[in-house]
Design a protein around this ligand. Structure first.
Ligand SMILES: *Cc1c(COP(=O)(O)O)cnc(C)c1O
Length: 392
């Protein structure tokens, strides 16, 4: 038995059955590469599901965590740290929430959604609209908002008041009314397979929520922090939401989430109405501040846009009959396959030393680190067609 077989066996004996069997045991990474327990190298085009925005072992992350750990890791919310204040101010600037905005830090995407969900109840209205096939997390609150019946059914009854509507503008117009507390949605549905909203949807959503006095809450946990080629996906549409949930890419691998509110929405949560022991601790917020600063300094938002276009053109240029379309934006791409062989493609890619994700039967999701350059794009365009061929 190899070392890997032994580790996989120990994993399945020790970890909860809800955790999938590991595809590999990974020991270390550098840039867009990771190495497994047997020393095999992979090009990482999943980046921990859109989390490792700076790739692996980025010097800024390594140094920030080491320095902060040597100073103070945790202090409780009775106290504050420079890191926390700096990270909050940076998020307010980058989101455009500015000085009327507020930030609540937590530890994951689901927790950011929970905070947003609680916020909607404080409007005095009970109806919350979300989209069918959306994903907002696995806790009871975030699962209540999630529009995937297969994830929800075993855990019902969930929290009442949530309606999962079709993603068309017509369905939104029909559902919207003066009793709606909030419309909460992903600008691009990541877990659904990188599915974009219809043209003009976000702008219409902004008009209708304004008209009915409802909150527009955007879940940018996957799309935020530069991934789509703008800091946040709503900025492509020229709209301003009432609240944004963030996690994944803002910490570049350090578990952290945030709810950012805009304008009057910032006054909804009052003293004592929400909290988190670890939320906003110096280690996590030092990471957020440094990661966002590095994304800015290195021009990685622009890089995400340019590399995304390069990848899209390259993938379409492969001329494979298995490729139907490329959805998404920037470095969040969904390659729509013409046959339901995504699992075979991702398995073949792994064998070849390329990590991609089968988001569903017929979609390969790509979410590489924002630092990728020509060499990584070229290597991907060499390996990916071979994986397609192996699966055909
Ligand atoms: C990943 C994700 C979540 C949940 O985040 P966790 O950190 O896993 O709790 C929520 N919404 C979206 C859009 C996500 O991609």
């Amino acid at each position: 038995m190899t070392d890997t077989d032994d580790l996989v066996q120990r994993h399945s004996a020790a970890l909860m059955r809800s955790v999938p069997t590991p595809l590999a045991i990974l020991d270390r990474g550098e840039g867009a590469s990771v190495w497994d327990a047997e020393g095999k190298r992979y090009l990482d085009f999943l980046a921990g599901i859109a989390v490792n925005s700076l790739g692996h072992a980025h010097p800024v992350v390594v140094e920030t965590l080491a320095t902060q750990a040597a100073q103070v890791v945790h202090i409780s919310n009775y106290f504050a740290s420079r890191a926390q204040i700096g990270a909050a101010e940076r998020l307010l600037r980058l989101t455009g929430a500015g000085e009327d905005g507020r930030v609540f830090f937590c530890n994951s995407g689901a927790e950011a959604i929970e905070a947003a969900f609680k916020l909607t109840r404080l409007t005095g209205r009970k109806r919350v609209l979300t989209l069918q096939s959306s994903f907002h997390g696995r806790t009871m609150g975030s699962l209540s908002l999630t529009g995937k019946p297969a994830l929800r059914e075993a855990f019902e009854p969930l929290i009442p008041g949530v309606e999962h509507i079709d993603s068309s503008i017509a369905a939104l117009e029909a559902a919207m009314g003066p009793d709606v507390a909030a419309l909460l949605l992903e600008p691009i549905k990541g877990e659904a397979g990188v599915v974009e909203l219809p043209d003009g949807y976000l702008r219409r959503a902004r008009e209708l929520t304004h008209q009915h006095g409802a909150l527009l809450v955007l879940d940018e946990i996957q799309t935020g922090a530069g991934r789509t080629g703008d800091w946040f996906a709503y900025q492509h549409e020229g709209i301003v939401p009432d609240a944004v949930t963030l996690a994944k890419g803002i910490g570049a691998g350090v578990p952290v989430g945030a709810l950012v509110t805009f304008g009057a929405t910032s006054d909804l949560l009052g003293p004592g109405q929400h909290g988190s022991t670890f939320g906003g601790n110096p280690l996590a917020t030092a990471a957020v501040d440094a990661v966002l600063a590095e994304i800015e300094r290195a021009g990685l938002v622009q890089n995400a846009k340019a590399r995304g276009e390069q990848l899209r053109d390259g993938i379409l240029g492969l001329g494979s009959p298995l490729i139907g379309a490329v959805r998404g934006r920037g470095l969040l791409l969904g390659v729509a396959l013409t046959e339901p062989v995504a699992a075979k493609v991702s398995a073949a890619a792994l064998e070849l030393g390329l990590i991609v994700n089968a988001a569903n039967d017929s979609t390969i999701r790509l979410a590489p680190p924002l630092i990728i350059g020509d060499a990584e794009v070229a290597l991907f365009l060499d390996l990916f067609p071979r994986a397609l061929e192996a699966a055909a």
